[in-house]
Ligand binder design. Sequence first.
Ligand code: AMP
Length: 211
Amino acid sequence: MKLILLGAPGAGKGTQSDFIKSALKVPVISTGNLLREAIALGTDLGKQAKAYMDGGNLVPDQLIIDLMKEKLQSSDCANGAILDGFPRTVAQAEALQSFSDVDIALSFEVPDEAIVHRMAGRRTCLKCHSVYHVENNPPKVEGVCDKCGEALTIRRDDNPDVVLQRLNVYHEQTEPVKHYYEQLGKLRSVEGVGEVEEIRDRIFAVLGLSV
Ligand code: AMP
């Protein structure tokens, strides 16, 4: 199955993708994680992407389209994939349609106020990509990833000014992608507010999966 996760930054796509991955047994491809890795490694892609990401803006479409085309053609994705953070513009969705089928686009619906609160307390593991929240989903030991023991960090683009810019970009450039998949009859929506397990159960119900 090829599943797209749509939603504002901080809507819970990364957290929920872990559960969906275990149920579907296909890899998660997160463009944000791939770009952060490219920045950490100092690759050309990372150098080109960094300023856009730090400012809360989208990286140019063609860079992301080339990256995803290559990823989706790899043998890992032969049985499908969960795409977290792609497509983020209608141009990306159109390009994806030209080289890969999509089964479902699942949109996480979360009000902007909840996003701002979540991002303010978000802590991220840059090594294994686990995501925590200081109040709603704290790690067992403060500042340390439960899964791999790495120190948790605050993403540079989670600072409040950049979060507001990312939300603007989401409404202007990514929300129209929902309409694109609605017209194709592939859009499903899920309320992304509540306990992590509650949201997981809603998603599994929509996708017809068992926990
Ligand atoms: P994320 O981790 O998904 O919140 O992505 C972090 C940042 O990476 C975004 O704010 C963008 O700057 C960049 N990015 C990730 N995915 C895309 C995409 N599909 N198109 C353009 N920029 C992207």
